[in-house]
Design a protein around this ligand. Structure first.
Ligand code: FAD
Length: 313
C-alpha cells in the first residue's frame, strides 16, 4: 500500500492552490494521501488541506521556526515526518524546487522532477529539453520516491464531502542554525499570484521600457489578471525576474494568456504549454507565437493595447 505525503505550500496563512494540484497527482499514484503543514500557526492552512478531496489525513506541525519557509529548516522536519511513507511530493514551484532536493539529499535518494503523468507508483512522465520531449523515468524500488509535481499538468483537487482528520504533530528534530531569515524583499502587488492566476497578461521586449510596462499592468488590472514577462523583458530590466514566464521562469497554466510583444521563443512557450486560450499581439504576422495562439492581433501594441483596454473597460 502506498503512503503519500504532500508538503503543503502556503503563504500568509493561506494554502497555495499548487498543493491541491499535487493531490490530483497523488490520486493517480494510488494510496493513502496525507498533507504535511509546517508553519508557525498552521491551523487555517491545515483546515484548507483537510477539505481537499482525496486527502485522508493532515499532519500539522506548529513551530516558531516555521514562520518563514526556509528550505534548510523545513527539510529535516519533512524527513522526520516522512518516516514510513513511500512517496514525498511537493509542487514544482519555487518553494518545492528549493525544498525537495534537500529532502532527497537527507534521505539519500535521487529526486524525480516535474511529474506530468503517473504510469504507476514508480514510473512517471516528465518533460526534458525545455518541454520539447517527454521522458518516462523509473524510480528505484525499496526507497522513498521524492518528487516535485508539475502543477500546470494537474487540475486542483475538488472539495471533499467531509474533511479529513487533522493530527497535531510534534517533531523531535534538531533544526539547523546555519541558515536564518534576515529579510524578504519582494515586489508588493495586489494582483493575483502569477503561478495560480486564471488570467495572465505578459509583456515582452517590444515594450521597450519599464515605463511602457504600465500598459500591461493597466490591461491586467482591467482583466483581474496577473502580470508576466518574457526573459528579454526581465533581462532588459523592465520588470523583476519573479515575473518571468518560461523554461527558466514560471511554468503556468492560466485559462487565458495574453502575450504582448512576445515573439514566442520555445523557451517562453514551454511556460505556457498548458494555458487554455492564448491571445497574441505582435506586429510581425510571421512571429512564432501565432502558431500556438488561439487569437492573434497583428499590429502595433502601443495602438492595440489601449484600444483593447478601452473596449474591455
Ligand atoms: P523578442 O524575441 O525580441 O520578440 C519581441 C517581439 O515583439 C517580436 O516578435 C516583434 O515582432 C514584436 N514587436 C516589436 N515591436 C512591437 C510592437 N510595437 N507591437 C507589437 N509587437 C512588437 N525566454 C523566456 O521568455 N522565458 C524563459 O524562461 C527563457 N528561458 C531561456 C533559457 C535559455 C537556456 C535560453 C537560451 C533562452 C531562454 N529564454 C527565455 C529566451 C528566449 O530564447 C527569447 O530570447 C525570449 O523569450 C525573447 O523574448 P521576447 O519575445 O520578449 O523578445
Amino acid at each position: 500500500m502506498n503512503k503519500i505525503l504532500i508538503v503543503a505550500e502556503h503563504h500568509d496563512g493561506k494554502l497555495n492552490p499548487a498543493t491541491a494540484r499535487c493531490v490530483s497527482c497523488a490520486q493517480r499514484i494510488d494510496g493513502d494521501i496525507e498533507v504535511l503543514v509546517l508553519a508557525a500557526t498552521p491551523d487555517a492552512v491545515a483546515r484548507a488541506a483537510a477539505a481537499l478531496d482525496g486527502v485522508t489525513r493532515v499532519r500539522s506541525v506548529a513551530h516558531p521556526a516555521n514562520v518563514h519557509a526556509l528550505a534548510a529548516v523545513l527539510a529535516p522536519q519533512v524527513v522526520a515526518a516522512a518516516a514510513g511513507f513511500t512517496h514525498v511530493l511537493a509542487p514544482s514551484t519555487t518553494f518545492g524546487k528549493d525544498l525537495m532536493p534537500r529532502v532527497a539529499a537527507l534521505l539519500g535518494v535521487a529526486q524525480v522532477s516535474d511529474l506530468m503523468q503517473v504510469e504507476d507508483a514508480q514510473r512517471f512522465v516528465r518533460p526534458i529539453y525545455a518541454g520539447n520531449a517527454l521522458i518516462t523515468v523509473q524510480a528505484p524500488g525499496g526507497q522513498a520516491v521524492v518528487a516535485t509535481v508539475r502543477t500546470a499538468s494537474w487540475p486542483e483537487a475538488r472539495a471533499a464531502a467531509t474533511p479529513a482528520p487533522i493530527e497535531n504533530l510534534v517533531l523531535e528534530v534538531a533544526l539547523p542554525t546555519h541558515t536564518r531569515f534576515v529579510a524578504l524583499e519582494s515586489g508588493k502587488s495586489d494582483r493575483p499570484d502569477l503561478q495560480s492566476a486564471s488570467r495572465v497578461v505578459s509583456g515582452g521586449r517590444a515594450l521597450g521600457s519599464a515605463e511602457n510596462f504600465k500598459l500591461i499592468y493597466a490591461l491586467a488590472d482591467t482583466l483581474g489578471a496577473a502580470v508576466g514577462a518574457s526573459r528579454a523583458a526581465v533581462d532588459a530590466g523592465y520588470v523583476p525576474s519573479d515575473m518571468q514566464v518560461g523554461q527558466t521562469g514560471k511554468i503556468i497554466a492560466p485559462a487565458l494568456y495574453l502575450a504582448i510583444g512576445i515573439s514566442g521563443a520555445i523557451q517562453h512557450l514551454t511556460g505556457i504549454k498548458d494555458a487554455g486560450t492564448i491571445v497574441a499581439i505582435n506586429k510581425d504576422a510571421e512571429a512564432p507565437i501565432f502558431e500556438i495562439a488561439d487569437f492573434g492581433l497583428v499590429g502595433d501594441l502601443f495602438k492595440l493595447v489601449p484600444e483593447l483596454q478601452q473596449a474591455l473597460g
